[in-house]
Design a protein around this ligand. Structure first.
Ligand SMILES: [Zn+2]
Length: 171
């Protein structure tokens, strides 16, 4: 089965049963919402046929953060399944970025406006991009890509240890 690169939203449901029943094709996604978003159910976009369950409610344990821009869904951080199909992907603005792909740059849509806003918030000391995203009320993925673009523009640098996710502005 080929992997899909985009989700299709089937709707918002009050119960897990209704949400699950709405999933018919790989990449179908259903929200379970009761007052607040509770779960995102996703027919695995790898094609394995399993339904993935992403908790969105911090009150019931570790949770993904859900962002809605218009109708497009983003979750943060990435989804990494450590069993069965071992899918590892980023869901950003309704699109799936497979983390085993080597060329990621063409996936992200660049925005000079976003880069300028991130640069204006970036301190001269190292800071994690998630902190900047929270300050700007923006999606962490978007801020991370803006940070990479600022590094390429040589107005910012990334921490030598990439795992820290830290960046700083150059004087
Ligand atoms: Zn799968």
């Amino acid at each position: 089965m080929p992997k899909v690169d985009r989700i299709r939203q089937t709707g918002t449901f009050a119960s897990i049963e209704e949400a699950t029943a709405s999933l018919v094709a790989d990449g179908d996604a259903a929200l379970v919402e009761r007052g607040v978003p509770r779960l995102l159910l996703l027919r695995c976009p790898c094609g394995c046929g399993d339904n993935l369950v992403l908790n969105l409610d911090r009150r019931s344990g570790p949770a993904w953060r859900l962002y809605r821009r218009g109708i497009a869904l983003t979750v943060y951080p990435s989804y990494w399944r450590d069993t069965k199909c071992e899918s590892h992907f980023i869901l950003w603005n309704g699109r799936i970025l497979w983390c085993d792909w080597s060329d990621n740059d063409s996936f992200w849509e660049r925005s000079n406006d976003m880069e300028d806003r991130v640069l204006a918030r970036l301190p001269f000391e190292y800071v994690n991009y998630e902190v900047v995203a929270d300050q700007l009320d923006e999606i962490p993925w978007t801020v991370l890509q803006a940070c990479h673009a600022l590094v390429r523009r040589k107005v910012a640098v990334a921490h030598p240890d990439r795992r820290t996710g830290q960046f700083k502005r150059l004087p």
